[in-house]
Write a protein that binds this ligand. Structure first.
Ligand code: 0X9
Ligand code: ZN
Length: 300
C-alpha cells in the first residue's frame, strides 16, 4: 500500500493502481484514459459499487511538476477504498469514481529523471519541447493567457487538441460526459478553489450555487489546520487563461459542478512542496471533498 511521506514516481503509482485492482476485484477496474506522445498509457481506475451511478471525475498531474496533485488524487482514492468513516463510505458507494492521478505521464517521468520543474508534455516542436496540456483543450484555444511560442511554458500547441494526451483523454471524458456530476482538476500551488471560466469573469450558469458550495468546502478544508483557500472564478482568482480542461468540461459537457484546485502552498516552497506536507494537505483536501459531495447532494 501507499505511504504519504514521500512522492511516488510513475511506475510506483501505476503498480499501486494494479495492486488495487487485484485487492478489490469487484470494485476497482483499471481504465485507460488515452495515450501520450511517447506512447505511454494514461492509466486510471474506476471505483464502482454497482450500476447506474452518477460520476465524480478526478484529474491529476496535467502539469508534471505539481507533484502534490497526483499525491492528493491517490490519497482520495485510498480513502474511498479503505476508510471506515461513514461519510467516506457513502461517497464511495453512491458514485462511480473515474480517477486519473497522472494525466501527463511523459512530463511526470521527466520531472523525476531530468528536470524537476518541467510543466508541459514532451512533444518536440522545432527546437523546443512541450505543449502546455492545460492550454490545449478546445475551448477558446489560444485566446488569452496562452502562447503560440513553443519556447514558453504556456505554449498552447499547434491547434486545439493537437496533443495525443488531451485528444484521447477528452474523447474518453466525452464518452461518459452525460453521467458526470462533478469534475475536479488538481494543480498547485496558490491555495485556491477555482470555477470556470478562465477567459472571462462573466458568471457561469450556476455561478451562485457553485460559489456557495465551493466556499463551504473551503470552510471544511480550513477546520483541521487553519489552511486558507480562496474561492472564485479562474479569471479573477488567478489570471485569465483559456484552453484549460475545466473550461472545456463545463462548456462542452455541461457538467454541473466543475472545480480546479490550486493546492498548497502559498509560495514558500511552491511546486517543491516538502514531503512532510503531503499528509496534512491530503487530509484537509479530503475534508473538502466530503463537504463538496454533501453540498452537491443538497443542491441536487
Ligand atoms: O495556469 C494554469 O494552468 C493553472 N495554474 S498553474 O500554476 N497550476 O499552472 C490555472 C488553471 C486555471 N484553469 C483554466 N484556465 N481553465
Ligand atoms: Zn498546474
Amino acid at each position: 500500500s501507499m505511504t504519504w511521506n514521500s512522492y511516488y514516481d510513475l511506475d510506483g503509482i501505476n503498480h499501486w493502481i494494479d495492486d488495487l485492482a487485484i485487492s478489490y476485484p469487484s470494485i476497482v477496474t483499471i481504465i485507460k484514459g488515452g495515450t501520450t506522445y511517447e506512447g505511454r498509457e494514461i492509466k486510471g481506475l474506476k471505483i464502482s459499487h454497482g450500476e447506474g451511478r452518477r460520476i465524480i471525475f478526478l484529474e491529476g498531474g496535467i502539469h508534471s511538476r505539481e507533484w502534490i496533485s497526483p499525491a492528493t488524487v491517490n490519497f482520495i482514492t485510498n480513502e474511498l477504498l479503505t476508510s471506515n468513516d461513514e461519510e467516506t463510505i457513502a461517497a464511495a458507494r453512491d458514485f462511480d469514481w473515474y480517477i486519473f492521478p497522472v494525466t501527463n505521464p511523459d512530463g511526470y517521468i521527466w520531472t523525476h529523471t531530468v528536470n524537476r520543474m518541467w510543466r508541459k508534455n514532451r512533444r518536440p516542436v522545432g527546437n523546443h519541447v512541450g505543449i502546455d496540456l492545460n492550454r490545449n483543450w478546445n475551448n477558446n484555444w489560444l485566446v488569452v493567457g496562452a502562447s503560440s511560442n513553443p519556447a514558453l511554458d504556456t505554449y498552447a500547441g499547434l491547434g486545439p487538441f493537437s496533443e495525443p494526451e488531451t485528444r484521447s483523454l477528452s474523447t474518453f471524458i466525452e464518452s461518459i460526459g452525460d453521467k458526470i456530476d462533478m469534475y475536479l482538476s488538481f494543480h498547485s500551488y496558490s491555495q485556491l478553489l477555482m470555477l470556470p471560466f478562465g477567459n472571462t469573469t462573466e458568471p457561469l450558469a450556476n455561478y451562485e450555487d457553485a460559489m456557495k458550495i465551493g466556499r463551504r468546502a473551503m470552510g471544511a478544508l480550513s477546520v483541521r489546520y487553519g489552511t486558507r483557500y480562496e474561492t472564485g472564478n479562474i479569471a479573477e482568482a488567478i489570471y485569465q487563461a483559456s484552453g484549460g480542461s475545466v473550461d472545456w468540461v463545463k462548456e462542452r459537457l455541461k457538467v454541473p459542478l466543475v472545480y480546479c484546485y490550486e493546492l498548497r502552498d502559498n509560495g514558500t516552497h511552491g511546486f517543491i512542496l516538502p514531503e512532510d506536507q503531503i499528509l496534512p494537505n491530503n487530509l484537509e483536501v479530503m475534508d473538502s471533498i466530503l463537504e463538496l459531495i454533501l453540498q452537491a447532494r443538497r443542491f441536487g
